[in-house]
Design a protein around this ligand. Sequence first.
Ligand SMILES: [Zn+2]
Length: 334
Amino acid sequence: MKKNLLIFAIVLISLISFSEVYVILYHRFNDDRYPSTSTSTEDIEMHLNYFKDNNYKMLTPEEFQDYIDKKTDIEKGVLITIDDGYKTTKYAYDLFKKYNIPFMLFINTDNVGYPDYLTWEQLSQMNKDDIVTLGSHSAKHDNFVYMLKTKGKEFTLKFFEDDLKKSIKTFQDNIKFTPKHYAYPYGYYTTGMDKILEENGISYAFSMDYGPFIPEYSKYYIPREPLTEDWAYKPHLNYVMNRKALKVKDIYPEEIPIDEEFKISASVDLNFHNPILYISQEGIIPNYVKDDNIYSKDSYKIKKDNNKIALFLRDENNIEHVKYWLLRPIKELN
Ligand SMILES: [Zn+2]
């Protein structure tokens, strides 16, 4: 009996320690003009039913903060985020209001009030609602990867900081609100931005790398699952909600000079089989395993700006663990 209890306790602890949070990303709603970034409200209703039927806890940004800080255990959590603040956000807002689902809305402040975008008056109204948490999505919605490639890192970090400060001030000037959260435009980030965000009062930030989040990851580069276009449908939803966050060390490369050849490598602390290595510009690439390290067989040079690298492994229960990261081309400074 005691032994059973012990086994039960071990199983329970291992369940808790393997918990993850799935951060969902939406952009536009019921918008046939932009199918690749739009999601229908019918599909969102299906997502909400799926989360409920499968016992995912719908998190507030505060509960998510506690999870990041390891103050609370969440077996399976979902956090809803929306980027850009398009006018069609109101369709999602009505739906989330109906079901009382908290969500975060990230605003590129230079665009507020433009045709197709919400106005400050609408944002001010939404900001009074407990289910809505506004965050910064920069001021200008610039492309930081392109900036890194053409202007170098120092310029980009300085631009990033000025743009962030401008965005925060625009929130304060228009609706007397100071954002505490950030989502990178296009999900494009680089190292050093975390420190700038922290110094400016941002407590966590989202990329557009895919996969679930665990507190072992940096809270300033939190991955998200976009559920737009055909990724809003059940098969993709079911796939992404059943994979786990891969704990990985020493990922390489993250930043690389444009002309430099590189091999990809990562170190994994997991009993795994069937590793798959992927880079956007090539697709799935040959790999080999040595000790706990996975390496690409071949060398590559950067061919495109937006390159995600991903490592997929399967554990002893054949469950997929995944880690995506953004490969940033850096202009070499002589
Ligand atoms: Zn955006």
